[in-house]
Design a protein around this ligand. Structure first.
Ligand code: FAD
Length: 542
C-alpha cells in the first residue's frame, strides 16, 4: 500500500475529488486503483472562511510496480510506503499459568491493561473501588440532582474511570510510533464507538456511548478469563524487603481479604489521594509533579463557532468548534485552556466531602448551548516545597474553600467574566446561563485561587480574546474551581515499567504521572500489559 500525506482539498469538495487527486498524483489509471482508505482526516481552519480538509490516505493498487512508483516519487516527502499498523501481541500465556496479575483501577489505563493481558491469555484480577458503570451513573447523576455525594462512586471513581462522564475526546500529544493508540480506538469501535474515531483527527465519543462501551469491554475481559470486582478498594499493596529493593507480594482489600500476586498494576487515577498516601507511607518512590489550577469558562457555542469557522459555522464535517489557547503572563506563569468541551456542560467532579471541583462533559452530538473549557494556571513542585503530598494538600485546600464560597452545599462559586476582570462583586448572570449542577452561587471569584493565579487569568482572558473574538465578553461565565487537571505526584518507574524501588509494582496512567487523558491512559495500559506479560514469562523460565 502507498501512503499519501498532506492531501489538501476544500471543505466542500465533491465525492470524486479524492480519487482524481490520487490518480493524478500517482499517475495511474482508474483500473489500477483498488481502494482509497482514509487513515486520517483533519482540517485547517486558520483562514476561517476558506477551510481546507487535510487527509492521510492509504492506497491499494493492482498491476503497479510499487517500488518503481515510490522510486519515481522519492523526492516527494508526502508519498511513502504505508506502515504496518496492525497490533502485534508480544506474548501468550501458557495454559497452566497459575499466578494472576492484579490490576488496581478500571479507568482507561486499567481497562487496557486488563483487556490486553486477557487477550494474551493472562487472566487478570481487576479491583475497582467504585461501582459498575450503570450503578455509578445513577450515583453520579443523583449527586448532580440532589447534592448527595457518594465518595466511592462518582465522577472520579467507578468502572470506566475519570473520563466516563466526559466529552470522550480521544486525542493526545504523546508520541505513538507503535500505533498503540490505533489499537485503543479499534477496541473502542468494537465496543460500539462510532467508526469515524479511527480516522478523524480530533475524535470524540461523548458520555452516553462511553458508558455502554465500558460495559461491553468488561464482558470481553470476563469472557477471556479475567475477573472484575467492583466496590473493592485496595487498602494496601503488600511488599517484602529484598536487599535494596522491595518486592510486591499482593494486596489487602478494604474488607481485610488478601490476594497474593507478584505483579500489581496501580492504575488508580489522579484522585486516589488515600492510595497515594498509602504508597508514600510504604516508601514507594514518588516525586511531586506540576499541575494546574483555575476555573471553567462558558460561552455560547454559537459564538465560538462563528469566531472559529466564520461562514462555515455549523458545517456538519466541522461540528461544534473547539479551541486551544495559551498565554505566557508577565508574572512568569502560563495560562492555558484545557479539556475543552464543545456543546457540553460543566460538571461537579469532587470525590471528597465538603469540596467543589469542576470539570466538563458532553454528548456525542455536542448540542448543548454552551462551550466550556478549563482556564488554568500551571503551578510547579517548587510552589509546594517539592513534597508530593503537599500538592494534594493544596488541591484539597482550594476545593474546600470553593465549597464554602459556593454555600457549603456543593453549589459552585461563579462569576461573570466582566465582573471578574473589573474586580467586581458577583452579580446575577445575564446571557450565558451556567450549566453546573446542582447550582452556582454568584460571588467574587478572586478569593478562590492564590493571587498569582488570579492575576494571570485576568491578564490571559483579554489576550485570548485576540484569538477568539468575544472570549472575554462580560457575560461569559466562570465557575470554580478546577484543580484536578493532572496528578500532583509521579510514581517513578524504570524502563521495565516497574516502580524504581518496588519490584512487581507497575504504576501507570494519569495518577502515576504517565498519561493525561483517555487515549494516553489507554496507550500506557497497553504498554504496561506488555511489560507485565513479558516479565511473567521471563520469571517462569528462571
Ligand atoms: P482514572 O480514569 O482516574 O481511573 C482510576 C480508577 O482507579 C478509578 O476508577 C478509581 O475508582 C480506581 N481506584 C483508585 N484508587 C483505587 C483503589 N485504592 N482501589 C481500587 N480502585 C481504585 N480525558 C480525555 O482524554 N478526554 C476527555 O474528554 C476527558 N474529559 C474528562 C472529563 C471529566 C469530567 C474528567 C473527570 C476527566 C476527563 N478526562 C478526559 C481525563 C481522563 O478521564 C483521564 O485522563 C483518564 O481517565 C485517566 O485514566 P486512568 O485510567 O489513568 O485513571
Amino acid at each position: 500500500m502507498i501512503r499519501l500525506n498532506q492531501v489538501k482539498l476544500p471543505l466542500d469538495h465533491n465525492e470524486d475529488a479524492l480519487q482524481q487527486f490520487v490518480l493524478t498524483k500517482l499517475n495511474i489509471t482508474e483500473q489500477q486503483l483498488v481502494n482509497i482508505h482514509v487513515f486520517k482526516r483533519g482540517y485547517d481552519a486558520r483562514k476561517k472562511n476558506q477551510i481546507t480538509l487535510i487527509y492521510t490516505l492509504d492506497i491499494t493498487l493492482i498491476d503497479v510496480d510499487e517500488a518503481a512508483l515510490l522510486a519515481d516519487l522519492s523526492t516527494d516527502q508526502n508519498v511513502r510506503i504505508s506502515p504496518n499498523t496492525d497490533y502485534q501481541y508480544v506474548a501468550s500465556a501458557p495454559e497452566d499459568l497459575e499466578e494472576r496479575p492484579i490490576v488496581i483501577g478500571m479507568g482507561p489505563c486499567g481497562l487496557f491493561v486488563a483487556l490486553i493481558l486477557a487477550q494474551m491469555g493472562f487472566k487478570p484480577i481487576v479491583l475497582e473501588r467504585g461501582k459498575s458503570v450503570h450503578e455509578r451513573a445513577k450515583d453520579t447523576f443523583r449527586f448532580w440532582r440532589t447534592s448527595e455525594l457518594n465518595t466511592e462512586s462518582n465522577v472520579q471513581f467507578g468502572e470506566g474511570g475519570a473520563g466516563t462522564f466526559s466529552d470522550g475526546k480521544l486525542y493526545s500529544q504523546v508520541k505513538d510510533p507503535g500505533f498503540k493508540g490505533l489499537k485503543v480506538k479499534q477496541e473502542f469501535v468494537t465496543a460500539g464507538a462510532p467508526a469515524e474515531i479511527i480516522y478523524v483527527s480530533k475524535p470524540h465519543i461523548g458520555t452516553y456511548k462511553l458508558v455502554t462501551m465500558v460495559e461491553k469491554m468488561r464482558r470481553k475481559i470476563i469472557e477471556l478469563g479475567g475477573e472484575i470486582r467492583f466496590e473493592t478498594r485496595v487498602e494496601e499493596i503488600n511488599m517484602e524487603e529484598q536487599g535494596e529493593h522491595k518486592q510486591v507480594t499482593g494486596v489487602t482489600l478494604h474488607n481485610g481479604e488478601v490476594i497474593n500476586s507478584r505483579y500489581v498494576v496501580a492504575a488508580v487515577g489522579h484522585s486516589a489521594r488515600d492510595t497515594f498516601q498509602m504508597l508514600h507511607d510504604k516508601g514507594v518512590y514518588m516525586e511531586a509533579q506540576s499541575f494546574s489550577i483555575g476555573f471553567r469558562i462558558e460561552h455560547k457555542q454559537e459564538m465560538i463557532d462563528q469566531a472559529r469557522f466564520g461562514i462555515n459555522a455549523g458545517h456538519p464535517i466541522l461540528g461544534a468548534a473547539d479551541y486551544k489557547l495559551v498565554h505566557h503572563c508577565k508574572n512568569g506563569r502560563s495560562v492555558y485552556s484545557f479539556c475543552m468541551c464543545p456543546g457540553g456542560v460543566v460538571v461537579a467532579a469532587t470525590s471528597e466531602e465538603h469540596a467543589v471541583v469542576t470539570n466538563g462533559m458532553s454528548q456525542y452530538s455536542r448540542s448543548e448551548r454552551n462551550a466550556n473549557s478549563a482556564i488554568v494556571v500551571g503551578i510547579s513542585p517548587e510552589d509546594f516545597n517539592n513534597d508530593p503530598l503537599q500538592g494534594v494538600a493544596l488541591q484539597r485546600k482550594l476545593e474546600r474553600h470553593a465549597y464554602v464560597m459556593g454555600g457549603s452545599n456543593y453549589d459552585a462559586p461563579a462569576q461573570m467574566v466582566g465582573d471578574f476582570l473589573a474586580a467586581g462583586k458577583g452579580k446575577p448572570y445575564e446571557n450565558v446561563e451556567p450549566s453546573y449542577k446542582p447550582n452556582v452561587k454568584m460571588t467574587d471569584l478572586s478569593e478562590a485561587l492564590p493571587e498569582f493565579a488570579i492575576d494571570a487569568i485576568r491578564e490571559a482572558l483579554p489576550a485570548f480574546a485576540k484569538k477568539i473574538r468575544g472570549f472575554d465578553s462580560k457575560d461569559a461565565m466562570l465557575t470554580g474551581v478546577e484543580t484536578r487537571t493532572s496528578s500532583p505526584v509521579q510514581i517513578k518507574r524504570g524502563a521495565d515499567f516497574q516502580s524504581l524501588n518496588t519490584q512487581g509494582l507497575y504504576p501507570g496512567g494519569e495518577g502515576a504521572g504517565y498519561a493525561g487523558g483517555i487515549l494516553s491512559a489507554g496507550i500506557d495500559g497497553i504498554k504496561i500489559a506488555e511489560a507485565v506479560a513479558l516479565k511473567m514469562l521471563a520469571d517462569l523460565t528462571e
